[in-house]
Write a protein that binds this ligand. Structure first.
Ligand code: PLP
Length: 378
């Protein structure tokens, strides 16, 4: 465990790699036969690729999905140099995004082609490089974001010129209502995916993500791409026993007694109805605490929830600690913003945002991250 500098006095993010391992095994058990790829876009959902990717590699993960080439190179940089020989694949979800196909090939990256407009970039690749280029391909079965649609399938059929220059590794589709794979719209997307891929060159099929991987074998096919679940963030109704990987703490700066009528924070958004004790905590919207938490939600102090009072400033927020014994809450104590005592999703719900939004906002705290790999209570 490496600790942040002792002098650090702002919010700190703790990343629990033992919880990551626990969640990896939970996903592994849900889909025992298929491949599990880890989705590490946005610097591993804000937790830090450099911490997350090597641990997943150790656990046996060999497929890493990212959004951009920068992210792909960051993953590559923290894995063994001879990773490719051990089966490493890094798949770039944004596709070529205007870059040359050769740039992907040179770095051993696999673009997930975003549509017909990217095919011209592959023409002649085999002649120029002596081998076909490994690609994955998005199929747009209903999300209307990226991918080949029904009208584009003729360009992908087995007898087209594309396959002289490219070899398909994975067919990918993404659900528009990923949080609830049982919905008829999701079932229709799956039906299209199965129907379409049956006509196309054989490759792994990947539709399952964090919620659908727990929705039974009909979703697994050959490859599940999982992000949130690895980090312990539930994305659907699944009751999979996941552990939170991220916890965020912030220090109490001051505690004061106020009289009835006292305004707390900007613009008098909270006015004490009676005598109150108010703690000021160093955590604000600049650190990822949603601005919407005006007199809403709690942070955890001394094991109990303390309500947020007033608004969220750039680096501070007020808590009503009148319910604690006098002197119990002191400057220098740490409040848990989210973690094992308050699930991320509880605070996110109070703010009216998805749990992943809150997690992504923690990226800014990466320099004050500490890692632990000891599980409970470390
Ligand atoms: C983000 C993303 C995923 C991972 O989704 P989770 O719900 O976090 O598992 C998978 N596939 C695509 C295309 C994505 O954009």
């Amino acid at each position: 465990m490496n600790r942040p500098p002792a002098a650090h006095d702002g919010p700190r993010l703790r990343v629990d790699l033992a919880a990551l391992a626990h969640n990896w095994h939970a996903v592994r058990r849900a889909s025992p036969g298929g491949r599990i790829g880890a989705v590490l876009k946005n610097d591993a959902y804000g937790l830090g690729t450099a911490a997350i990717a090597p641990r997943l590699w150790q656990l046996g993960c060999r497929d890493f999905w990212v959004a951009t080439v920068d992210e792909a190179l960051a993953v590559r940089a923290c894995l063994p140099a001879d990773g490719a020989a051990a089966g490493l694949r890094i798949l770039v979800l944004n596709g070529l995004a205007g870059l040359a196909a050769a740039d992907f090939a040179a770095h051993g990256l696999i673009p997930v082609l975003a549509g017909r407009h990217e095919l011209a970039a592959l023409a002649g690749h085999a002649a120029r490089h002596g081998e076909r280029m490994a690609v994955a391909l998005h199929l747009d079965t209903g999300l209307t974001r990226l991918g080949f649609g029904a009208e584009d399938l003729p360009y992908l059929l087995p007898d087209t010129g594309l396959w002289a220059d490219a070899r398909a590794q994975v067919w990918v589709t993404h659900l528009g209502r990923f949080h609830d794979p049982g919905l008829p719209q999701c079932l229709r997307q799956r039906e299209r995916f199965v129907h379409w891929t049956a006509q196309l060159p054989r490759a792994e099929r990947s539709i399952a993500t964090s919620s659908s991987v727990f929705a039974g074998p009909d979703w697994h096919f050959e490859h599940a791409r999982v992000g949130s679940a690895l980090f312990g963030v539930p994305t659907g109704a699944s009751s999979a026993p996941l552990q939170p990987v991220a916890s965020l703490q912030a220090p109490v700066l001051r505690v004061t007694e106020v009289a009835a009528g006292c305004e707390v924070g900007y613009a008098g958004s909270y006015v004490a109805a009676g005598p109150r004790r108010i703690a000021t905590v160093a955590m604000g919207y600049g650190d990822g605490l949603p601005f919407a938490l005006v007199n809403r939600g709690h942070l955890i102090l001394a094991g109990r929830p303390a309500p947020i009072v007033g608004g969220v400033a750039m680096g501070m927020v007020g808590l009503d600690v009148s319910g604690y014994a006098p002197g119990e809450i002191r400057p220098g104590m740490w409040a848990e913003v989210y973690g094992r005592q308050q699930p991320l999703q509880t605070l996110a719900a109070a703010a009216g945002v998805a749990a992943n939004v809150l997690l992504a906002l923690s990226a800014r705290l990466a320099p004050h991250r500490c890692l632990c790999d000891a599980g409970e209570g470390a």
